[in-house]
Design a protein around this ligand. Structure first.
Ligand code: FES
Length: 176
C-alpha cells in the first residue's frame, strides 16, 4: 500500500483528498485481500455447517429415523415361544409384528412386505416370516428377504423388555 499524495503545508483537505484516501489501497492488493477474505469466510462457513450436521449424518448412517415414543406391545406371559402378535408402530398406519421365536428370541418388524405391502405372518413350523401374496420369505432373526420377490429387508422395530412387558422404542431402516 502506498500513499499517493502528501498534503502540502498550506493545502487543506478537499473532497478530492478524501477520494484519494479511499484510493490509497492498490487495486490489485484490494482484490487479493477481498478474495482471501471471501475464501476464508466460505471455508469457515462450510466447516461450521459440516460440523453442525454430523449428529444427523451419524443418525442417518445408523438408520435411526428420529426419536420415537415408548409404546407397550404385549405382556411376555401372553406371548409364549412360537407365538406372535400384531401391533402398529410408530403410527397407527404402520403395521408391525412382534415374534417370540421358537428359539426364545423376541423380534419385531414393520410387517408390510417390502414387495407390494401385503402383511407378513410368522410361520412357526419353518420359523420364518411369510408373505402369502407372492410367497415372499424373510429371515425372522434379521428381517432380510430369503426367497420370493422381496428385495429389501423389513424395517426393524427396536424393543425393550421391562417388568415382563415388551415395549417398542424405535425403528431402523436398514439397507444392504
Ligand atoms: S407382496 Fe409380499 S411377496 Fe409380493
Amino acid at each position: 500500500m502506498t500513499c499517493k499524495k502528501k498534503l502540502g503545508r498550506n493545502q487543506k483537505d478537499t473532497n478530492a483528498d478524501m477520494i484519494n484516501l479511499v484510493d490509497n489501497v492498490n487495486r490489485d492488493d484490494d482484490l487479493k485481500y477481498n478474495r482471501r477474505a471471501f475464501l476464508k469466510t466460505a471455508v469457515g462457513t462450510s466447516v461450521a455447517l459440516g460440523v453442525a450436521t454430523i449428529p444427523f449424518s451419524v443418525k442417518a448412517m445408523l438408520g435411526v429415523e428420529k426419536d420415537y415414543e415408548r409404546v407397550e406391545i404385549a405382556k411376555l406371559t401372553d406371548l409364549p415361544e412360537g407365538d406372535s402378535v400384531v401391533f402398529n408402530y410408530p403410527t397407527e398406519k404402520d403395521p408391525a409384528i412382534l415374534v417370540h421365536t421358537v428359539n426364545g428370541d423376541l423380534k419385531a418388524y414393520n410387517s408390510a412386505c417390502t414387495h407390494l405391502m401385503c402383511p407378513v405372518f410368522y410361520e412357526k413350523e419353518q420359523d420364518v416370516l411369510l408373505c402369502p401374496c407372492h410367497a415372499g420369505y424373510f429371515d425372522v432373526n434379521s428381517g432380510h428377504p430369503t426367497a420370493g420377490p422381496p428385495q429389501r429387508e423389513l424395517p426393524l422395530i427396536e424393543i425393550e423388555v421391562d417388568n415382563g412387558i415388551v415395549y417398542a422404542v424405535g425403528r431402523q431402516y436398514r439397507h444392504g
